[in-house]
Design a protein around this ligand. Structure first.
Ligand code: NAI
Ligand code: MG
Length: 361
């Protein structure tokens, strides 16, 4: 298998965690005889510093010449005074738009070893393993018309539109069902069909798509009920499929089950080029100290193997290695609790996961 990866480490802890993701990818490449090629480019504050733009043309060209993009994080405090469209974060927003991914995937797993940092009781959360598939390019955040109503110089109202085209629902539903096929074969489609017409269309369309995946079961759930059950019965979910606004909220809610920002990974797929990135930001408060948690970046690399390279075994081997190292009581400082036996830095954590992986493969 040949895979060309554009690496955009970015700012703050981005380069520190991406180094560890690359270490894992190189190891799995050697162990399983895959040819992973890396090309590294600038984005964010470092790109402003060296090229005067948060997303240089050269970076975008390299992304489009690759099979996937693996990004660290962007954001550096010294650029906080710039106008929003010139800041490091603008580079990432422009990149996401250019790549065109319409499905945002956020896996949330509960690790027994991190139970002390989860707000849920271990008996409630144990075994939870959820994949949230969020529609990313439509719905309330993008539909027109939108705006303010001004009368006699005074704002008297504001409005947004929630519109979904059938094709937008179909394409993200296919992603959710395909993902469920590789998991526990259950999709929960989340909507508000008792109130919203867009949700009625959502429900009908998802039901129609489900007919192409007879091995996957489908249930529909109202978003308010889903919000409750995520924290009362998280184990009941496999894949959650939902629209942009609901997905934004539910994915952050689900993230607390895991208990740690540093371990969360994401994929944005369906567009021209797939984009993989940890959920956390550039963490300027701990950057440069070698203590950042690389698990979110490493787990993002695993998602890249699963969804772009279709290397399911390799992806799940990396996830198993992460779990084993956590179970053995190793933790970066952000994960430290009474269950921790040994606190390690970024590179040590990456090395431990690599060693565990070599045993598994
Ligand atoms: P943040 O995620 O960078 O940090 C929040 C807190 O979590 C900090 O205390 C940080 O030390 C800790 N943290 C985050 N990732 C960690 C890791 N891997 N290991 C250990 N601890 C970790 O969010 P914050 O502070 O709101 O933003 C900092 C900068 O990052 C800002 O410039 C912001 O715009 C940017 N940002 C970028 C994102 C991206 O590139 N996707 C996402 C979120 C924020
Ligand atoms: Mg959010």
């Amino acid at each position: 298998m040949k895979l060309k990866v554009a690496l955009l480490p970015g700012d703050g802890i981005g380069p520190e965690v991406i180094d560890e993701a690359v270490r894992i990818l190189k190891t799995i490449g050697e162990l399983c005889d895959h040819d992973f090629e890396f090309i590294e480019k600038l984005i964010g504050g470092v790109a402003i510093r060296d090229c005067g733009s948060p997303l240089p043309v050269e970076t975008l060209d390299a992304c489009f010449a690759s099979d996937a993009v693996l990004l660290g994080a962007v954001g550096a405090p010294r650029y906080d005074d710039l106008p929003p469209d010139k800041r490091p974060e603008a580079g990432l927003l422009t990149l996401r738009r250019a790549l065109g991914g319409y499905a945002n995937l956020r896996p949330v797993v509960f690790y027994d070893a991190l139970a002390p940092s989860s707000p849920l009781r271990p008996e409630t959360a144990r075994g939870a393993d959820i994949l949230i598939v969020r529609e990313l390019l439509g719905g309330l955040y993008f539909s027109e018309p939108r705006g303010f109503v001004v009368e006699a110089g005074k704002q008297i109202a504001a409005y947004n539109t929630l519109r979904y085209e059938t094709y937008e629902i179909e394409r993200v539903a296919h992603i959710a069902f395909q993902a469920a096929r590789q998991r526990r074969r259950k999709v929960t489609s989340v909507d508000k069909a008792n109130v919203l017409e867009t949700s009625q269309l959502w429900r009908e369309t998802v039901t129609r798509v489900a007919a192409s995946y007879p091995e996957v079961s489908l249930e529909h759930l109202y978003v308010d009920a889903c919000a409750m059950r995520l924290v009362t019965h998280p184990q009941r979910f496999d894949v959650i499929l939902t629209e942009n606004l609901f997905g934004d909220i539910l994915s952050d809610e689900a993230a607390v089950i895991n208990g740690s920002l540093g371990t969360l990974a994401s994929a944005t797929i369906g567009g021209a080029i797939d984009l993989y990135e940890p959920v956390h930001g550039s963490a300027p408060d701990i950057a440069g100290r070698g203590i950042a948690n690389p698990i979110g970046a490493i787990a993002s690399a695993a998602l890249m193997l699963r969804y772009t390279a279709h290397l399911e075994q390799e992806a799940s081997d990396i996830e198993t290695a992460i779990r084993q190292v956590l179970d053995a009581g190793y933790a970066t400082p952000d994960l430290q609790s009474e269950a921790t036996r040994c606190v390690v830095g970024t590179a040590e954590m990456g090395q431990l996961i690599t060693e565990a992986l070599a045993e598994i493969v």
